[in-house]
Design a protein around this ligand. Structure first.
Ligand code: ADP
Length: 452
């Protein structure tokens, strides 16, 4: 097993990884920007190294500063966390070139799945159903409208190297297609430095269902069931559940089987998530994330498996500590993402935390790096806490979510706590009756009611 791991990340996820390391008796090195010297993961790590100024590109994305810190501290492995360099194949290669272990899949697999076009082609080859769309990238010389006509309007133009909902444009008719194509390309170029885009059928009422997988380097693969991440705003997940309220045990087993077989055939190692859109009983592959996901705790709550510990174990070359047949799904879990944002306007709200009181009790887990007096920097993602609740049934879980959201006190900055309190009282959410467009529709109708 590794003696020392460098955590190339910040915030709640850095703390999550640090906690797993400590329980495994592995020493930790925290790297941090100048804006994060007082961060919780820095305070709790065995060693820490400042790797640069506040902007991410100068610190958390600065590969050379991170590698230097790793060398100076003589670590065996680097955990990239989520976001930042976690899906950067070149970084994984550089880590390996320096004779350290990248805690993740091989650079080849990261590259393959990082490009959405090759990912989709690979999924098809592996027998996973995909969303009907263009054959690969769209050529500006082609008749884009004819392709859209063949697929059938409405269509979605998506960036090949997209992420976070950037570089995606819907076209509902011939009149909109040229503009959507132009805008998607421009946004893709600006955000990812690659203007390659492709086309997909735009699904009108799908749910976002993703399957968690884990594989070791000895050919063992297991799936840990699904997460339903349909409650989204601007393609950003807000509230996640496991299991999905819309999937039967039979469908779960069938989809899990397809995914497990595909991952085995791919020769994949590490944790991964295959994201699907699910509409009218059909599943369509969207992408594979070759890293840990923010919402991994809900899977941990219903399986009793510590995903970060398993991830570190398989990276160290050990076998999975369980088999598919050992996994028994228990109860229901919900994660509420608490962003430091205004619940009405979604304006980011960095600043100093005045009062801080976390909920506790049976079935409640808070993954957060916040503390009283903590200064939330303005430079990074606004996710500051994840409230995770577990219950024997979905009903009990929602009731527990209400109770925990009621107890949670964060003052000094605005957060999404009020939004989550409202969601937990809303009929469609209680029934589990929502698709990926539901939250935006609900927010819009709320604004209209207020205006009237
Ligand atoms: P990202 O890398 O940003 O997660 P995805 O391709 O996974 O990009 O898409 C993000 C979100 O966009 C999805 O969760 C879903 O809400 C929406 N989306 C993607 N493809 C489609 C589609 N073909 N039809 C409808 N919505 C889609």
């Amino acid at each position: 097993m590794f003696q020392k791991i460098l955590i190339a990340n910040r915030g709640e996820i850095a703390l999550r990884i640090l906690r797993a390391c400590r329980e495994m008796n592995i020493k930790t090195v925290a790297v941090h920007s100048e804006a994060d010297s007082d961060a919780m993961h820095v305070r709790l790590a065995d060693e820490s190294v400042c790797i640069g100024p506040a902007p991410s590109k100068d610190s958390y994305l600065n590969m050379y500063a991170i590698i230097s810190a790793a060398e100076v501290c003589s670590v065996d492995a680097i955990h990239p966390g989520v976001g930042f360099l976690s899906e950067n194949a070149s970084f994984a290669e550089i880590v390996e070139d320096h004779k350290m272990v990248f805690i993740g899949p091989t650079p080849e697999h990261i590259r393959l799945m990082g490009d959405k076009i090759t990912a989709k082609e690979t999924a098809l080859e592996l027998g996973i159903p995909v969303i009907p769309g263009s054959d690969g990238a769209l050529d500006p010389e082609e008749d884009i409208d004819a392709i859209a006509g063949r697929i059938g309007y409405p269509v979605l133009i998506k960036a090949a190297s997209g992420g976070g909902g950037k570089g995606m444009k819907v076209a509902r008719s011939t009149a909109e297609i040229e503009e959507a194509f132009r805008l998607a390309r421009a946004e893709a170029k600006a955000c990812f430095g690659n203007d390659e885009v492709y086309m997909e059928k735009y699904l009108s009422h799908p749910r976002h269902i993703e399957i968690q997988v884990i594989a070791d380097s000895h050919g063992n693969v297991a799936h840990l069931g699904e997460r339903d991440c349909s409650l989204q705003r601007r393609h950003q997940k807000i509230w996640e559940e496991a299991p999905s309220p819309s999937i039967s045990p039979e469908v779960r087993a069938k989809l899990g089987n397809v995914v497990t077989k595909a991952v085995k055939k791919l020769g994949y190692r590490g944790v991964g998530t295959i994201e699907f859109l699910y509409e009218d009983g059909e599943f369509y592959f969207m992408e594979m994330n070759t890293r840990l996901q923010v919402e991994h705790p809900i899977t941990e709550m219903i399986t009793g498996i510590d995903l970060v510990r398993e991830q570190i174990r398989v990276a160290a070359g050990l076998s999975l500590s369980f088999r598919q047949a050992d996994i028994a799904f228990k109860g229901h879990a919900i994660e509420c993402r608490i962003n430091a944002e205004d619940s009405e306007s979604f304006m980011p709200s960095p600043g100093k935390i005045k009062d801080y009181l976390t909920p506790g009790g049976y079935g409640v887990r808070v993954d957060s790096h916040m503390y009283q007096g903590y200064q939330i920097p303005s430079h990074y993602d606004s996710l500051v806490s994840k409230l995770i609740v577990h219950g024997d049934t979905r009903e009990e879980c929602i009731q527990r979510a209400r109770r925990a959201l009621h107890e949670y006190v964060i003052t000094g900055v605005n957060t999404l706590l009020p939004l989550h309190r409202d969601l937990a009282e809303t009929a469609d959410v209680i029934k589990g009756d929502y698709d990926i467009h539901w939250l935006e529709r609900w927010l819009a109708s709320r604004h209209q009611e207020e205006a009237a």
